[in-house]
Write a protein that binds this ligand. Structure first.
Ligand code: VGL
Ligand code: ZN
Length: 206
């Protein structure tokens, strides 16, 4: 018989998704994927995980919210307007669409953000009705992932914690731009510091 090595016991979250949980996935859009105008390195690697999370929440069922960065053509965050970013996620364009190989459940609620030309917004809660929509479906705990770790995910988690939601951070379904090396890691640390619980898909019980 194998003896259990106490040092090898990894912390397992063992979380069961309930109907009052909500999945909130940020900005899974072509422009943030490889080949896109603001490609997040290796962001395509999270897609299989995103599929697993979508399927799990759908089967409970628990509500699913997908945010989309949804900019007007001359958005203030674009370099041509003096902003930090290349043109990306212009509303109604292919770059703003989800990847063709990602099936989007009909039940998913799409939340458009940063839609005003003169305002940059990273948080999914800012300038949207996400909080009201979450309350309306009775969501109590939020499972947050998506792109990019240090922008939309970080700012959404900050707001979610401010709004007193228990937050689970989907470590295997986030991706950082890392404009400065280490940005993503620093954001992960901050979110955990704020009380977000880091989990992986394997931590969910069936
Ligand atoms: C984002 C960069 C530019 C984000 C949006 O929501 O993470 N990042 N626009
Ligand atoms: Zn943007």
């Amino acid at each position: 018989m194998k003896r259990a090595d106490p040092m090898a016991v990894t912390q397992s979250a063992s979380i069961t998704i309930r109907p009052d949980d909500a999945l909130v996935l940020a900005d899974i859009q072509n422009d943030f994927l490889p080949g896109g105008s603001l490609a997040v390195p290796r962001s395509d690697t999270i897609i299989p995980r995103v599929r697993l999370y979508l399927t799990r929440f759908l089967s409970v069922p628990a509500p699913i919210f997908l945010t989309r960065d949804w900019h007007p053509r001359h958005h203030c965050s674009f370099r041509a307007q003096g902003g930090p970013w290349p043109e990306h996620c212009v509303a109604e364009t292919r770059g703003a669409a989800p990847p063709e190989d990602l099936w989007i459940p009909d039940a998913a609620v799409i939340v458009h953000k940063a839609t005003r030309v003169d305002q940059e917004v990273y948080s999914a809660f800012q300038g949207t009705h996400l909080n009201e929509q979450l309350k309306a479906v009775g969501a109590r705990r939020l499972f947050i992932g998506g792109l990019a770790t240090e922008y939309c995910v970080l700012n959404s988690v900050r707001d979610a914690r401010r709004l007193r939601y228990p937050v689970y951070l989907l470590m295997d379904a986030i991706g950082a731009i890392d404009r400065n090396p280490g940005d993503g890691l620093a954001a992960e640390r901050e979110m955990i510091e704020l009380g977000a619980v880091p989990i992986r898909f394997e931590d969910l019980t069936t």
